[in-house]
Design a protein around this ligand. Structure first.
Ligand code: NAI
Length: 212
């Protein structure tokens, strides 16, 4: 696929394209024009063309886009055409909810292990995966070639944990703790803060009510 650097803004839009194309595929739609896609997704057709041009286009003049082909290509770009194994660190409310969400598995993110420091949780199960003592995490990550660690522990614990994860060869951290992690460049970090989204929603309520 394309060697040139793709902007993070474009990458951030790809999952949405992927979802819409998945829905179209399920409905048996074989091809779609950028105008049609534009009206369903409420994004301009020129934005769609520009986004896809980053990856060599995908479209054909007078034909539009082949839905299955585009879907497969976007899944390759996003790297979800292959499986990624993940572990949850912190089997509390959020950790359990994430691990229990089977749709991630359908997308190729396979939940392999769960770790916690609370002895009361050891041996309990989330789906068919046993919660283990966090001391076993490093060896488990190495033995099972785990790629992604999901951090759902308190923020004070997240920084030292990220250091430990860096040492045992993790490739990426999906960080839910409200703290910025400092890890070597070879480790990818994606921060997820639901409260940021809520604050944006609150801003938009205010803006609408005040007619800004
Ligand atoms: P929780 O208290 O239910 O679960 C936290 C779990 O982490 C507990 O089981 C605890 O024993 C375990 N833990 C603590 N230190 C640990 C360590 N060093 N190693 C392994 N396990 C450890 O808390 P909850 O509600 O699940 O929240 C977890 C984290 O996620 C918190 O940092 C919270 O602020 C954050 N959070 C983030 C959200 C987001 O949108 N980013 C939304 C909700 C929570």
């Amino acid at each position: 696929m394309a060697e040139k650097e793709i902007s993070q803004a474009v990458i951030a839009r790809l999952p949405r394209y992927f979802r819409y194309l998945g829905d179209l595929k399920e409905k048996g739609v074989e091809r779609i024009s950028s105008q049609e896609l534009s009206s369903i997704m409420k994004v301009t057709a020129s934005q769609i063309r520009q986004d896809f041009n980053n990856f060599g286009g995908f479209g054909q003049q007078g034909y539009g886009y082949n839905v299955s082909y585009l879907y497969e290509e976007i899944s390759k770009i996003l790297g979800i055409d292959k499986q990624h194994s993940l572990v949850i660190i912190g089997a509390g409310h959020l950790g359990k909810a994430i691990a229990g969400y089977t749709n991630f598995t359908r997308r190729g993110f396979v939940f392999k292990g769960a770790f916690d420091c609370n002895p009361a949780l050891y041996g309990t199960k989330i789906r068919d995966v046993e919660v283990r003592p966090v001391e076993e995490m490093e060896q488990f990550v190495k033995d099972n070639q785990i790629e992604i660690a999901v951090l759902t522990i308190p923020k004070e614990q997240a920084v030292p944990m990220a250091h430990k994860l860096a040492q045992c060869g993790i490739k990426a951290i999906w960080n839910f703790a409200h703290v910025d992690l400092e890890v070597p460049n070879n480790i990818q970090v994606e921060n997820v803060h639901l409260s940021d989204s809520l604050m944006k929603l609150s801003y938009n309520i205010n803006r609408y009510e005040n007619n800004i």
